[in-house]
Design a binder for this molecule. Structure first.
Ligand SMILES: Cc1cc2nc3c(=O)[nH]c(=O)nc-3n(C[C@H](O)[C@H](O)[C@H](O)COP(=O)(O)OP(=O)(O)OC[C@H]3O[C@@H](n4cnc5c(N)ncnc54)[C@H](O)[C@@H]3O)c2cc1C
Length: 487
């Protein structure tokens, strides 16, 4: 019997692994495994679990409507497969290539060994534009485009095996740790994800390119598709191809400034769909990105001692920088933050407060419902200035506040303690009797900049940066250390 092992691909359309299993003509057992050791890792949290649980329940409902179902098991993958193999004799295993975290990479190695010992073929087709065993980035963008424009995998659901008696955990139990439990979780499931996609492409995207930078306007102007893409409710190809239809509609609409602006926004969105895979590809090519600075010149800073009180202040939104604290509290509440503010949070943590980037990354990973390791660690390293190939950006959090929240509406909403501060002082309330931030912004930024640029001047830095660029750099960049363009 075949097993379809669901991972971060909780859908049954454009599901190449399922299509491959169906093509064998055999019945298949659809399986999801909740692995306790994975959930004990420092990047995982109960808000991820809640979203996963709701997504599993939704997928199971859809499969049941097609005379299939999703079996949920609780245990380590090798133990579960051993257990299943004793009961049903597995002939082949089908799952998508996973670019998860270091833990899932090691677990996959274990499963590969287990499968080969038992003579079971493990088929692992890709489910996005990330390429396994890539030699370098030349031609990568073209290959990505080719994948995204190919027809989706055919939707053929293999039959459920007859007369099967297996005890499982569908629906998965709720868990009660409540440490990072979210108050306003985005709802999970296919129908909801489609609603987000349609409302974005139809109307919300009209001002995407101008409104994405502020957490206030970004909340609705951004697609908010990230949790669905991370868990695989929708494939990236489905989103891309639906977006192409929207491009077609806009191209056929009577020209107007509004249509031109909308087209610009859709173009910006499509670039980001490619960035999605661009960043995961970095991690696929070098899983050390999760815990080690990409450029070795920064590695002595990886596990540096930091002030635990400052870390706690940053992590809970109590640094004294109003806009930073408001963003952190918003994130704790919603499980989502727009790109620019994510970048600012890392920048303030690592540069101004000199916190270890790895610990900042784990904290944010636990808070993001859309946690996607490949994007997350690559972005955290980039914002922490650890790649050696990107422009060093140190955000001034006070200026960001003036730019993105000029009258302080957002700050007042999330920091009730500042409710009575007048607009003129909301970004620098220490002039109105409130506590000063943990550090002097200007001095901290200058010190961080000097530290990072001094490292860039060390012998051999540029040679290594060039090697990193060849392996990981977007071919749109002009040179290894000089690019001003993201990603
Ligand atoms: C420090 C840091 C950590 C991040 N961690 C994650 C993460 O764990 N998971 C995650 O999905 N994104 C992450 N991002 C990227 C980005 O902030 C989010 O993808 C985006 O905010 C999600 O909201 P959205 O779906 O409304 O995005 P939209 O702006 O609507 O973009 C659509 C999709 O494009 C992709 N995308 C958008 N921006 C980027 C980007 N800069 N890099 C790569 N892909 C992008 C995402 O898949 C996103 O869902 C991180 C960014 C930073 C700076």
């Amino acid at each position: 019997m075949n097993i379809i092992w669901f991972k971060n691909d909780l859908r049954y359309t454009d599901h190449p692994a399922m299509a491959m299993a169906s093509a064998t003509g055999k019945p298949a057992l659809c399986v999801y495994i909740i692995e306790p050791n994975r959930w004990a890792q420092p990047d995982m949290s109960d808000r991820h679990y809640d979203f996963l649980r709701a997504s599993i329940i939704d997928l199971n409902t859809q499969l049941v409507a097609h005379y299939q179902r999703l079996y949920v098991f609780w245990g380590e993958a090798v133990d579960i497969f051993n257990h299943l193999h004793q009961q049903i004799t597995i002939s082949a295993l089908f799952s998508h290539q996973e670019t998860g975290n270091l833990w899932t990479y090691r677990r996959d190695n274990e499963i590969a060994l287990w499968a080969s010992i038992h003579g079971i073929t493990w088929h692992q087709p890709p489910q996005n534009g990330v390429i396994r065993r890539l030699r370098n980035r030349d031609g990568w963008a073209r290959a990505w485009q080719d994948y995204m424009t190919q027809p989706p995998a055919p939707t053929i659901i293999p039959p459920h095996p007859q007369g099967l008696l297996i005890t499982d955990h569908t629906p998965p139990p709720t868990i009660q740790t409540a440490q990072t439990r979210i108050q306003a979780m985005q709802p999970a499931g296919h129908a909801i994800a489609m609603q987000y996609l349609e409302s974005f492409l139809g109307t919300r995207s009209q001002s995407y390119s101008t409104d994405m930078s502020s957490p206030i306007t970004g909340e609705t102007a951004c697609s908010r598709l990230s949790p669905y893409l991370a868990i695989g409710t929708l494939s990236l190809r489905q989103v891309y191809q639906r977006t192409l239809l929207q491009v077609h509609t806009l191209n056929n609409a009577p020209p107007s400034p509004a249509i031109t602006a909308h087209k610009r926004s859709i173009r910006a969105f499509m670039s980001r769909l490619q960035w999605h895979c661009h960043f995961i590809q970095k991690y696929e090519d070098d899983p050390r990105i999760e815990y080690q600075s990409l450029h070795s010149a920064y590695r002595h800073l990886d596990d540096m001692e930091h002030d635990p009180d400052w870390f706690a202040a940053w992590a809970t939104g109590c640094t004294g920088f109003p806009f930073v604290d408001a963003c952190m509290r918003f994130l704790i509440h919603h499980g989502w933050l727009n790109f620019r503010m994510r970048a600012m949070m890392v920048s303030v943590g690592v540069h101004h407060l000199q916190l270890a980037w790895t610990q900042c990354a784990h904290h944010l990973a636990r808070l993001f419902t859309d946690y996607e390791p490949g994007i997350h660690y690559s972005q955290c390293q980039m914002q922490a200035g650890r790649t050696g190939i990107n422009t060093i950006r140190i955000y001034n959090p006070i200026k960001q506040g003036y730019d993105q929240d000029p009258d302080g509406t957002f700050i007042r909403r999330w920091l009730p303690e500042l409710a009575s501060v007048p607009n003129s002082g909301i970004h620098e309330p220490w002039y109105y009797g409130h506590a000063k931030p943990l550090v002097d912004e200007k001095i901290a930024r200058k010190n961080a900049s000097s530290r990072l640029y001094a490292i860039r001047k060390t012998a051999g830095f540029t040679d290594e940066a060039q090697r990193i660029y060849i392996k990981h750099g977007s071919r749109k960049n002009r040179s290894a250390t000089n690019s001003k363009k993201r990603p």
